[in-house]
Design a protein around this ligand. Structure first.
Ligand SMILES: C[S@@+](CC[C@H](N)C(=O)[O-])C[C@H]1O[C@@H](n2cnc3c(N)ncnc32)[C@H](O)[C@@H]1O
Length: 936
């Protein structure tokens, strides 16, 4: 292979100086790898997503290399999270997150195990383009089309609009980059080799006149099909090739471009586009087949086949091999990942698209690099209808079908047989279109495919036609979009779809969905084409991150190496600023939180580059020195992450946020799984640590404790008897018999008392602020201020002057960072004792506390705090604290909205205990209040 020219804007490290951090024109990339990445990603994120069962048809080049099997559910969850998070974070952020998660999937990690950092970057870039398609703001989607199947024996993909698009709209997510093709590669792609099933001629080869080079189109843009009456034009925008709408496009209509006048043979005489179909031109010319036959026999002097290319015209046969078949060779997806062939390291460059000087008006002209003709191939007979639809896992209801759909799928009469076998198109009874429908009955409706290119058609004016099978019965349609179900065929064999009469009975019983509508519903929980939740409906629930299966032996072997690469790649993928580049998403200070230790690999998030985190993995077994087997345990960070999803920040610009990841926290020893190490044994021999309990376990524990205590907080006799001796060897009350912490009013407190932190602190601070000019309030007279954060480490706060205290108190904690830890506190152990060690792990080690609890245990809390950690503590009962807090102008509450449900009791009796309960929360979960309140 020949190395392509390096981009002038590409620096020595192989990175373009003006490329965004998630896209790097990659030097020395193997074109086959790039193409294979693209194939793999489009298979995962288009074909497999939400359908799970659609076989691989997107395969461009090298089918000899097997692809690892990927769990469709994992893919779906990643995309669902992207959708859920899309309303909360900038698009770049959610896409990076999705790509990060994708790359953490075991199958993908295996796939890229031998990749260099540059290759990983390129892979991530491709992935980001496919992920971007699913953003709810997206304008397009990828769908199947069978338009060309009657000639090619296979289904293909196409791009459809998800919204009405007006002329001038730039479809930014329809990006493509171009891999520089060497002459050999180009010839390889062009030729039709009957002996090799692995290579196929590819039409997505673009010739740049200005560069005098051929390129291979990569990314979703490669699925834009040609139409002589195209509705979009290709143009270059900075580093991308993208598309601009030139004619109004309706929902569901296909996005088409013009490949050039000679792309499908001279004057595009082999073109199968809708416009040609309408006009009876190109591949729909009545004399087309005779012309082709004449051409093949050599009598056509106009033949485009150039003698210097190894293009072998393929005869028009029913079942013989042809270029298309080779392309659509069924791809074996192995059950287990296998070791792969060594890579051909011969390199070709991925061209920096900036090099391509548009010839006219910024457009990149596409010129046919093909000299041969698409080979007309007839499908075996009997495929006019399709086989039973596979996975009917989804159940969007017929009743909620969309009222009207733009015609987007070509009718399968031409998908599933020769043009002679085209089924009759017949009007569907429709109240609004009866007259038109009648006229359409029994004749081919030229508008059936040809609404592209017209003005934005009124949906009510759309003539609904149904495709009829050979037997005169209507072909099955998708219950959602009401389009004829595509028949997906590989090597002229139907692999997906509904066909033959035997299946028709079934199709009546079950609702059938096209792959696109299945996928759409699976992702958005909305019927196509809606991507947003209707008011009053439940939003998608974010699924937990996909499990990290490391069961494969080969995976375990390669993962450490890969991990290192991912980490290095993260460093490489720093943001590069340039005029041309999209600005990196504004970092939110409030979202800064201690990076999850060993929580996730990120090759994309530049902010993590300085402290790259590692993918979650199992702890190392001290005996064997190897990672433990089985599913890695969930880590606390996951909880905070999922909580973070539910936290909405209305004001991003929060000054004075505290980096809660203090040095001390970092220095704290951790176990292999990222958790903090065992805590020192306390003087009484007990352990501070408490096993992390699930919500249900905690509830069960509370119930158990309730049972064990009598109403006055003491243990029942039965419990007492079962617990054994009350006193330990020192004569102190044994831990088990210590009563639960109670407030002065006898209110039992603990983690079960979870008031709504926002409402609580709002009330608290408001009331305090309103009285701030008057006599300072105390916990006894009113709801008192609870905690004020300060970024200072004080041991003896009493020695400071009031002014100094004020200064400390002016520092505002980061509400979001603390809110994320709202319920993660385990600072109260099972018997209600304060666990200061746990407190440090919840990120409050820089916090000055004002504990206003009236509990008698305050003292022990303070001493525990100062023993384990030099945590400055203010006792709310001390007059100077009350004075200080009372005199401060307290601006109250940051608008942090937490959507997590809570179960705060609201009986009047309990309301009376608000002060105490709040105090309880302070000690049990300080972050609750910290997240909401601070002083101005
Ligand atoms: C750039 S790709 C477009 C995506 C393609 N449908 C796929 O699934 O990979 C170009 C290929 O699409 C098909 N194609 C697109 N427009 C066509 C047309 N007007 N007539 C015939 N084939 C077309 C041809 O198979 C061509 O090789």
């Amino acid at each position: 292979m020949v190395k392509g020219s390096a981009s002038s804007s590409t620096n020595n490290s192989g990175r373009s100086s003006n490329a965004p951090h998630f896209w790097r024109p990659t030097k020395m990339m193997n074109m086959r790898d790039l193409s294979r990445d693209d194939d793999f990603l489009s298979h995962l994120l288009v074909e497999k997503l939400g359908t799970g069962a659609v076989p691989l048809i997107v395969h461009r080049m090298d089918s000899s290399r097997r692809l690892p099997k990927t769990d469709a559910h994992d893919l779906l969850r990643i995309v669902q999270r992207l959708v859920v998070n899309s309303s909360k974070s900038p698009i770049q952020h959610v896409i990076r997150q999705a790509v990060d998660e994708l790359i953490q999937l075991a199958a993908i990690r295996y796939y890229i195990r031998d990749y260099t950092q540059q290759q990983i970057n390129a892979f991530a870039t491709h992935a980001s383009r496919y992920c971007e398609l699913y953003h709810p703001s997206g304008l397009i989607e990828i769908a199947h089309t069978s338009r060309y199947a009657h000639r090619t024996g296979k289904s293909e993909l196409c791009i459809l609009a998800t919204r009405k698009l007006a002329p001038g709209t730039v479809i930014t997510e329809l990006k493509g980059s171009m891999a520089d093709l060497s002459e050999d590669e180009c010839r390889e792609l062009k030729r039709t080799d009957l002996r090799s099933c692995d290579i196929r001629r590819d039409f997505s080869v673009i010739h740049s006149k200005s560069m005098k080079k051929d390129h291979l189109f990569l990314g979703p843009a490669r699925f834009v099909n040609h139409d002589c009456g195209h509705n979009c034009e290709l143009f270059r925008t900075g580093r991308y090739i993208t598309f601009r709408v030139i004619k109004p496009i309706n929902i569901g209509e296909e996005i088409t471009a013009h490949y050039g006048n000679g792309y499908f043979g001279r004057n595009n005489r082999h073109c199968l586009c809708a416009s040609c179909e309408k006009a009876g031109k190109g591949g729909y010319l009545p004399t087309y087949e005779q012309d082709v036959a004449a051409e093949l026999s050599g009598s056509d002097s106009d033949s485009d086949v150039s003698s210097d290319e190894e293009v072998v015209p393929v005869p028009t046969v029913l079942s013989g091999p042809n270029e298309r078949r080779t392309r659509r060779k069924t791809y074996p997806i192995v059950q287990e990942v296998e070791s792969d062939d060594s890579e051909d390291e011969a390199a070709s460059d991925l061209v920096d698209i900036k090099q391509i000087t548009p010839p006219i008006d910024g457009e990149v002209e596409l010129e046919s690099s093909q000299r041969s003709t698409p080979v007309p191939t007839l499908l075996p007979t009997g495929l006019t209808r399709a086989s039973p639809l596979l996975a009917q896992t989804l159940s969007p209801r017929r009743s909620s079908r969309l009222s009207s759909r733009a015609d987007h799928e070509p009718f399968p009469e031409s998908q599933a047989g020769s043009s002679k076998e085209k089924p009759v198109l017949q009007s569907q009874s429709s109240s609004t279109n009866k007259a038109k429908d009648k006229s359409a009955v029994g004749k081919k409706e030229p508008e059936s495919r040809g609404r592209r290119g017209g003005g934005l058609p009124e949906e009510s004016a759309v003539t609904k036609v149904v495709a009829m099978g050979k037997d005169g019965k209507p072909l099955p349609i998708c219950v959602t979009c009401e389009k004829v179900l595509p028949v997906i065929s590989i090597d002229s064999k139907v692999v997906w779809g509904v066909f033959d009469g035997s299946a028709r009975g079934k199709s009546k019983e079950v609702d059938l969905y096209c792959p696109r509508c299945m996928r759409h519903y699976a992702i958005y929980r909305q019927h196509w084409p809606s991507r947003v939740c209707a008011p009053g409906t439940t939003a998608l629930e974010p699924s937990p991150p996909p499990s990290q299966s490391t069961s494969s032996l080969s995976n375990r072997r390669v993962l450490p190496t890969l991990q290192k690469k991912l980490t290095d790649a993260a460093r490489v993928r720093e943001p590069v600023t340039s005029d041309d580049e999209e600005p990196p998403p504004k970092r939110r200070r409030v979202t800064s939180k201690p990076p999850a230790p060993e929580a996730s690999a990120s090759i994309c998030v530049a902010s993590r580059a300085s402290a790259p985190s590692l993918p979650r993995k199992n702890p190392v077994d001290p005996k064997t020195g190897k990672p433990k087997r089985g599913r890695p345990r969930n880590q606390p960070e996951e909880t905070t992450e999922s909580l973070a999803v539910n936290v909405k920040i209305e004001d991003e610009d929060i000054p004075g946020s505290i980096d809660v990841k203090s040095q001390d926290l970092q220095n704290q020893p951790r176990e292999g799984n990222g958790r903090f190490g065992k805590k020192e044994a306390r003087s009484d021999g007990g352990q501070h640590s408490q096993p992390a309990l699930s919500r249900f376990e905690r509830a069960a524990e509370r119930e158990r404790r309730k049972e064990q205590t009598e109403p006055n907080g003491s243990f029942s006799k039965r419990t007492r008897a079962s617990l054994g001796s009350e006193h330990d060897t020192n004569g102190e009350l044994s831990k088990r018999f210590r009563p639960l912490l109670t407030s002065r009013e006898g209110y039992r407190f603990g983690l079960e008392l979870r008031p709504n932190p926002q409402a609580l602190s709002q009330k608290t601070w408001r009331s305090h602020a309103s009285t701030s000019s008057s006599t300072p309030s105390t916990s006894k007279t009113s709801a008192s201020p609870l905690i004020v954060g300060a970024d200072i480490n004080l041991l003896h706060v009493e020695e400071l002057s009031t002014e100094q205290h004020k200064e400390f108190l002016l520092v505002k904690p980061s509400p979001l960072a603390f809110a994320r830890r709202r319920w993660s506190s385990s600072s109260m152990n099972a018997v209600g004792e304060f666990d200061s060690q746990a407190m440090t792990t919840t990120g409050i080690n820089r916090t000055v506390l004002d504990i206003t609890t009236s509990s008698k245990r305050t003292e022990s809390i303070f001493s525990a705090l100062s023993k384990t950690y030099p945590l400055p503590v203010f006792d709310g009962h001390q007059p100077w604290v009350s004075d200080l807090l009372g005199s401060m102008p307290l601006s109250g509450v940051k608008t942090v909205t937490a959507s997590e449900p809570h179960t705060r009791p609201s009986t009047p009796a309990k309301e009376q205990n608000r002060g105490s309960r709040v105090s309880t929360i302070v000690t049990a979960s300080p972050s609750v209040v910290l997240s909401e309140a601070w002083a101005d």
